[in-house]
Design a protein around this ligand. Sequence first.
Ligand SMILES: Nc1ncnc2c1ncn2[C@@H]1O[C@H](COP(=O)(O)OP(=O)(O)OP(=O)(O)O)[C@@H](O)[C@H]1O
Ligand SMILES: [Mg+2]
Length: 213
Amino acid sequence: MKGKFIVFEGIDGSGKTTQINQLSKWLISNHLIPENNQLVITREPGGTELGQSIRSLLLDTSRDKNKSPDSITELLLYAADRSQHVNEIIRPTLNKGDWVISDRFCGSTLAYQGYGRKLDIKLIKNLETIATQGISPDITFLLDIPVEESIKRRMNRKDDRIEKEGREFLLNVSLGFQALSMDSKWKKISAINSKETIISEIQSEIKKLLKNK
Ligand SMILES: Nc1ncnc2c1ncn2[C@@H]1O[C@H](COP(=O)(O)OP(=O)(O)OP(=O)(O)O)[C@@H](O)[C@H]1O
Ligand SMILES: [Mg+2]
């Protein structure tokens, strides 16, 4: 039997890491993962050893701007990271019946490179088809926060190359995520609420998912 594939999306600082940690504790302590199966927590970019190298190529801030990846190179690097991630981690894990929670997946590429960088959405979707080879999430949570809140929450952190793009870029990314969350397999959660309120909404969506299996 195939395992479940759960994805968290949202702009920087929306609470993805916080909620993934909460959800994994809850799934394990309530024995919701089938007996003899495991939960694998992973992320993009950088869910594999190869992907870690791609992640540093993408997010490194030390290079001069004219030597940084241009937007098509950036898109191709994300696609390469995803292909390796799907083939090395996600597909084999799901095939064993284990569960996967991924911090970001295809939605982030559509939001950041499509709506943020304004690259052609059709091109992005074609690359997505190549990189994922039919693997898609059972459910994607969009943690939705205003851009101002994202900036506030990240005030004491050093920005990576993409985070440095600034407010207007992030606003377009956020609008992209809103559009993507209209899909029936996405659940938009207002992530401005307390951490406790958010996790209980996530838990109730997972319970629904398990009922409909
Ligand atoms: N519901 C919440 N209310 C207030 N603060 C929160 C909430 N959820 C998370 N935070 C805080 O916001 C900050 C960012 O959260 P977190 O690291 O989980 O976000 P993220 O989406 O994983 O960010 P990134 O995209 O940068 O990895 C942390 O300091 C976290 O404690
Ligand atoms: Mg995080």
